[in-house]
Write a new protein. Structure first.
Ligand code: SAH
Length: 392
């Protein structure tokens, strides 16, 4: 094998990586002219200033996370066999967890494959690649997918804005087979997702367990699913016997899929297109309340600098959500912003609810389901927070 470039760490740097973390930051690297000249995504061997091997990774001189490690040994081959081994391990875990082939198959670092997520919808795989390093490994990756799963379709949803930071173009294409509308089976319900045009990969598997929890409370209850997207919470609640379900979202295509999923589940749902803040103000002015209110918004804290305004928006959402939650009802508030810490999110939610003068108890704090594993040394990458409050 051709000798790989070596990335050397500065003296005493790489403390977290030494303890097992898979990232090396740019300020930890001796960034000489040779390192700066490397192509983004290039495979490298990483060594400490004492000559210690940190392992094989891919390097991007322009990224804050300079190296994402793929193996703990220098000189490891990153080929179809490497991906086959990782995909097999990831698949085995999901097969232990679920009896149907609908799940997140690969969750980046949590599955040892930084820069890659794969959502599985039966015979269709939707890939999202966010780094130059993973993009340059697409060929061995797809070869391994053939070996491990031989799927009918492979869709590349490579349109995440984060790609621009890595100097990658944004595109969506079917690498194999077709893309478009597809059925999703989850918690015994049947939903529809649009893989080519929907948000992210077309479906949010991360809320699976939280949807099931809400559905478990929904029999005979009225439910408001705010920021419903394609109806993940609302459809399941309706199937579980909710007396009334209203889904609110600003996206017309998402609401069309809500209506089609409702029909497929013989569920009755009111799909309302609108802005959630405005809709909540309107409902509360009319003194309309629901036994269960779910608010699962898009990220309000997109980057660290948005923390204060984002936190304020979560507090306002909690206040407005509580205002339309019936006496003795439940309010689920979620955040998919990894830039707001869990305790800060919880305290903003609490403050917002208590502003309404209601008494409340936090009865459940959860995150993404187990098909979204977290690398043990990157606890901060657990982005989803999903809190359920019982209101007096
Ligand atoms: N709860 C959903 C996921 C929600 S994703 C599920 O279980 O799958 C966030 C949703 O918020 C998206 O569908 C987006 O269209 C919607 N959205 C974003 N801004 C909005 C706004 N101001 N008012 C209403 N919906 C909004």
């Amino acid at each position: 094998m051709k000798k790989r470039p070596i990335i050397a760490l500065k003296p005493r740097e790489g403390r977290k990586a030494r303890a097992g973390a898979p990232w090396i930051f740019s300020n930890e690297v001796a960034m000489d002219a040779a390192a700066k000249a490397l192509t983004p995504g290039q495979l490298v061997d990483v060594k400490g200033d004492d000559g210690q091997d940190f392992g094989t990774g891919y390097f991007n001189p322009k990224s804050l996370i300079a190296v994402r490690l793929l193996s703990r040994e220098c000189g490891s081959a990153v080929d179809a066999a490497f991906f086959t081994q990782h995909l097999t391990r990831a698949l085995k875990l999901r097969q232990t967890l679920y009896d149907k082939p609908f799940y997140r198959l690969v969750h980046a670092e949590g599955d040892g494959l930084p820069g890659l997520t794969i959502d599985r919808f039966g015979e269709t795989l939707v890939l999202q690649i966010t780094t130059a390093g993973m993009e340059s490994l697409l060929t061995p990756l797809t070869m391994a997918l053939e070996t491990v799963l031989s799927p009918q379709s492979i869709v590349l949803r490579n349109d995440a804005p984060a790609r621009s930071l890595e100097g990658l173009e944004l595109y969506v294409r079917a690498e194999k087979g077709a893309m478009g509308r597809i059925a999703v089976e989850e918690n015994g319900a049947r939903y529809f997702a649009d893989l080519g045009q929907g948000q992210k990969t077309g479906w949010y598997y991360d809320q699976r367990d939280n949807r099931a929890f809400i559905a478990g409370l929904a029999k005979g209850k009225s439910v408001l699913d705010a920021y419903s997207y394609t109806g993940g919470f609302g459809i399941l609640a309706a199937r579980a016997g909710a007396s009334e379900v209203m889904c609110v979202d600003s996206s017309a295509p998402a609401l069309t899929l809500v209506e089609e999923s409702a029909a497929a589940n013989k569920a009755s749902i009111r799909a309302v297109k609108g802005d959630v803040f405005e809709e909540l103000e309107r409902l509360s002015a009319q003194k309309e309340v629901f036994d269960i209110v779910v608010a699962d918004p898009p990220p309000f804290v997109k980057s660290k600098k948005d923390l204060e305004p984002g936190a304020k928006a979560y507090r306002k959402l909690a206040r407005l959500g509580a205002a339309v939650t019936a006496k003795g009802g439940m309010l689920l508030l979620a955040s998919c912003s990894h830039n707001i810490p869990a305790d800060r999110f919880a305290s903003e939610c609490g403050a917002g609810i208590l502003r309404t003068g209601r008494k409340a108890s936090l009865i459940r704090a959860a995150g993404a389901g187990p098909d979204h594993p977290v690398h043990p040394m990157l606890p901060e990458s657990a982005y989803l927070k999903s809190l359920v409050f019982a209101l007096d």
